[in-house]
Design a protein around this ligand. Structure first.
Ligand SMILES: *Cc1c(COP(=O)(O)O)cnc(C)c1O
Length: 402
């Protein structure tokens, strides 16, 4: 086996298919978000980010930085162990209490990322529940798909957000068989929101457990910012609510919340929880400060939603094909991989605006798009500049193509 040749060949295959990923070299500047520095071959230049997940700009909030530096000085850098072997610090214990309260659940459990929370919780539950059947939305995140796969339980994939498709699956199996219905609140590629209430009612009627990924809802929806389920008043109808600290919370890490026995079961069996070093206490303190801000400053999410609506309205007014998003996410359907990459390249080169092109296989061919994620720190003036730039590039490209 020629290992080197194998890797090089695989990479060139990716490049041929247009699937090779290029990361741009960024440096965030604290206090300047959504501006960042782009390191180019010609040197550093300042750009404006339109595709970040730090939705509320909390990654640079002074109160969060202060909570973190205080804890860093007090307890040092790392947690020093797995949760079981000396890595459960007072910060972990307090944060789990606060997360349970945030979602009005009995209990919470922290993981090192939202990916790990999904993967190991789903793999564990579906593996141990006898003869468990998983019902999973076709557009669920990769972390959910991998968790399901690793459980080796039987799965049925239902049509995206389709309540009757879900019911057809639920009907087809024995009522007494353990079932786990897995879906997200906000689907971040299309920006649509799932019918949480209807799904939860249906699952209950067929005695199935529900698992809801609120990764793109936390901090942005609900009176206290606990997500779409809180906003709809149905959080108590969901068995497991999963979230991340990596997006609106502004840090890193993930969690689940639910009934005490279920969470304790995951704590006791999930390899992705047990056999890994716990988050540094300074991170936990940053998250606690962040949750405090999220709960007490609804005006941040209100501003984000108003910028998002303004962006959709301006794009529409320019005749640009903004997709029917019902959330804060603003996808612009380009429908052509070349134009999509061209728009992104031109925005960066000539306007110092960065938005990542979304091409196949993340979305189907013909569904290529630019996906804008406004934050609480974007302004209407930034929207005006963005839309003006987009309209100019689009017109110029059309003129050449015609
Ligand atoms: C980002 C994301 C995750 C993973 O969260 P991380 O904390 O970044 O690992 C899980 N689910 C969805 C829907 C996501 O978009």
């Amino acid at each position: 086996m020629d290992y080197q040749a194998f890797f090089i060949h695989s990479l060139s295959h990716l490049k041929q298919e247009g699937r090779y990923r290029i990361f741009i070299d960024l440096e965030r500047s604290c206090g300047k978000f959504p501006h960042a520095v782009h390191h180019t071959e010609a040197g550093p230049e300042e750009i404006l980010l339109w595709c970040g997940n730090d939705y509320l700009g909390l990654g640079q909030h002074p109160k969060i930085l202060e909570a973190m530096t205080t804890m860093l000085a007090k307890t040092g850098a790392g947690a020093g162990g797995t949760r079981n072997i000396s890595g459960t610090t007072h910060s972990h214990v307090m944060l789990e209490k606060e997360l349970a309260d945030f979602h009005q659940k009995e209990s919470a459990l922290i993981f090192t990322s939202g990916y790990v929370a999904n993967e190991t919780t789903l793999a564990t539950l579906a593996h141990f529940l006898p003869n468990c059947l998983i019902l999973s939305d076709e557009k669920n995140h990769a972390s959910i798909i991998h968790g399901i796969r690793n459980s080796r339980a039987e799965k049925k994939i239902f049509k995206h957000n389709d309540v009757s498709a879900l019911e057809a699956h639920l009907k087809s199996v024995d009522r007494s068989r353990p079932k786990l219905v897995v879906f997200e609140s906000v689907y971040s590629m299309d920006g649509d929101i799932s019918p949480i209430k209807e799904m939860a009612e249906l699952a209950k009627a067929y005695n199935a457990l529900t698992f809801l990924d609120e990764v793109h809802g936390i901090g942005l929806y609900g009176e206290r910012g606990a997500g779409v389920a809180e906003h709809l008043g149905v959080a108590d109808q969901i068995d497991i609510i999963q979230g991340t600290f990596g997006k609106a919370v502004g840090l890193i890490g993930g969690y689940i919340t639910g009934k005490a026995a279920l969470v304790d079961f995951v704590r006791s069996h999930a390899p992705g929880f047990i056999f890994t070093t716990s988050l540094p206490p300074a991170i936990c303190e940053g998250v606690r400060a962040s949750l405090n801000i999220i709960q007490n400053h609804p005006e941040m999410r209100h501003h984000l939603h108003s910028v998002s609506s303004y962006l959709k309205q301006k794009l529409r007014a320019q005749g640009l094909p903004v997709m029917e998003s019902t959330s804060h996410i603003v996808p612009l359907l380009v429908g052509d991989a070349k134009l999509c990459k061209h728009l992104s390249d031109e925005l960066l080169k000539n306007y110092k605006i960065y938005v990542q092109p979304i091409n196949y296989p993340t979305v189907a061919k013909g569904q290529e798009r630019l996906r804008f994620t406004p934050s609480a720190l974007h302004t209407k003036a930034m929207v005006d500049d963005l839309v003006k730039a987009l309209a100019e590039i689009w017109q110029a490209f059309k003129a050449i193509a015609a």
